[in-house]
Design a protein around this ligand. Sequence first.
Ligand SMILES: Cc1ncc(COP(=O)(O)O)c(C=O)c1O
Length: 411
Amino acid sequence: MDAPYPHNQLNRQDGNALNMDSTNTKYIYFHRPCLGKEEETEIIAAMRSGWITTGERTKKFEKKICDFTGSPYAIGLNSCTAGLHLALLCCGIKPGDEVITSSITFASTANVIIHCGAVPVFVDVDNDTLNINPEEIQKHITKKTKAIIAVHFLGQPCKMDEISKIAQQHKISVIEDAAHALETVYKGKKVGSISGFTAFSFYATKNITTGEGGMLTVQDEAMADKARIMSLHGISRDAWKRYSDSGYKHWDILYPGFKYNMFDLQAALGIHQLNKIESFWIKRKSFVEKYNQEFMDIPALEPVPQNLQNENDKNAYHLYVLRIRPKYLKSSRDEIMNMIQQSGIGLGVHFRAVHLMHYYASTYGYEKGLLPVAEDNSDRVFSIPLYPSLTDDNFGYIVDTVKKVIKSVTK
Ligand SMILES: Cc1ncc(COP(=O)(O)O)c(C=O)c1O
């Protein structure tokens, strides 16, 4: 086991991904980052440069993300969560406002709405993609609705034309949660260049990683300036400029900002991870296709199909999600997951419906029955390993184990 804090590092939304005997070398992790010599060399160079916080490497990584996504502005941050929070604040979200989002997402998509004092309004998803359903958005618009956060689940593009049309009709903002979706393309347009604000994640399990980290792409210059200032205490100049040799500059506080900036040791990883993004994607895509072939014909299993919905779409293939079909099975999803994990395979759940989580249910009175598609999937999904360094042996073992376990509990 080479991760120093294994239970913290990957356990967040990945269930008990590493909850097993660390001496078992055969264990297949739910995720392993693919970091190589290039990242190692760059991080050492950053350490030796004498500048390890936000500086030139962060700027370089931001520029590379602009080039990759086609967005004019990108702000390096310490998480995607920070990006979502800043985006909401830049859109002027304030106490009493309502923000519509999907319940099939990670905690932070909803939590940041609360951090603005606003009310999260969860709407149901499409069963094929588990992406937010635009017709459901339309039904939940009120006078208080001020923004929509669209989550590109697994890196499949949301129906952005329909969502943008609703937003324009009601003069509300669209923010994209692209934590899974750095490679995603919607009808020929790269995610990151479509809506006013798009937040990406470089968390340890993401398509490319900086350990922890995120990026917010922004279309408007004034908004990008505001988000950048808000990301570093709301002060008017970042530390890099303050101590540069262009002369001492006093800084001022323009907003009560946050400590959300990315720093150069993270960017040192990101720069080289981004160079490898296509090769990582090709590997994940091929595993998705092979998993589909293996699992499509098992009546008790139903993968989230991950089919492309439009011409010129691209799916980022961030995760591989299987759904059980309970009517064929004697065991629950959680029992099945335990059996697979006990055979040495790390699993995750993406996602249990957020509106039924303790805080949201008890604060807003959300009850079962409100969002039938999200709730049904919430009890049936589990994710199996999908990352470039999986070997053919790993792949074979995962497929055999899942099939064996499912067969053993089929009615
Ligand atoms: C859909 C979604 N949104 C947001 C986040 C938050 O990303 P970060 O950990 O970079 O804040 C995640 C992270 O797992 C996610 O899956």
